[in-house]
Design a protein around this ligand. Sequence first.
Ligand code: ATP
Length: 305
Amino acid sequence: MRGLLLYNPQAGRNRSAREATVQQIASLLRGHGYELTVTATTHRGSAGDQARSAIAERAEVIFACGGDGTVHDVLQGIVGTSAKLAIIPLGSANALCRELSIPLNPLRAAAAYAARRERRVAVGQCVTTSGERYFLTMAGSGPDGALMYRMLTINRSFVGRWAYLWHALRLLLRGGFRPFRVQWKGADGTEGTAEAVSAMALRIGDLGGIFPGVARGATFNDESMRLVLVKAPALLAMPLWFLSSWLRLERWNPLLSRHDVVSFTCDGAVGRTHVQADGEWVGCLPAMIQLRSSRTITLLLPTTL
Ligand SMILES: Nc1ncnc2c1ncn2[C@@H]1O[C@H](COP(=O)(O)OP(=O)(O)OP(=O)(O)O)[C@@H](O)[C@H]1O
């Protein structure tokens, strides 16, 4: 199978050994019969165009080697084509790999691709002031979007998972998270409206990293996303969300509501409210976020799993 192995030199840790690791991954995959070209991403978001060009040159599979952000970037170039998406974890959280049970050790993951299976999955779509983006794991607006906007200006080489917590706390303490209107369509056909300071749609049950439990209950399927709405005030409600999730008491949290939805819109924000998808900043409100069950991609997964 002809393909492109795209790796993000800025993802995850152990970057000094990145070149050597990538060469080992490529040689394992070539040993399994993949005819691969190896290329580094050049900047944030470049992987989409790089994947698109490779597909135009008849690549049948794109191996995204990085974290969830790299997978997100590659996804933008794959949607609407027949090329398959394969993932080798080289990021920090690697939430999608956890969800798909792809080994978190990159060499073990490459070895596991000796035998493969395909899985078609619907993509999520997020339309904001900055245009349209596809996502696989999550999308949301409010403090999570603001945090990802903030991280754009931070040198990721020095960013560890605790840096996210530090910047999240600073953003919360600075305040300014105003409620916006959320309107959703449930998976069962019902509709609803609410005011929230945070609206996050989750497609996977474990985001990894420092906020265990916030995604509990979400499953990676083609029918619905788990929408978590957090009521004002953000300074109280956001920490309470993380605490109640950690303690498995979220159902008793009066500032939280959860809905299984196929789509939702967020608008009516005072000032700029940021939006993230797959942990990447994608724009500002107003936003429309939906699961496109008719728009699918093919994931290439190791079969031994
Ligand atoms: N060549 C590059 N230079 C700088 N940034 C890049 C480059 N290629 C990709 N990026 C960006 O690096 C960011 C981090 O990538 P990624 O999410 O894959 O790693 P991570 O944050 O370590 O992992 P995870 O998201 O799983 O925690 C993304 O925003 C991505 O767009």
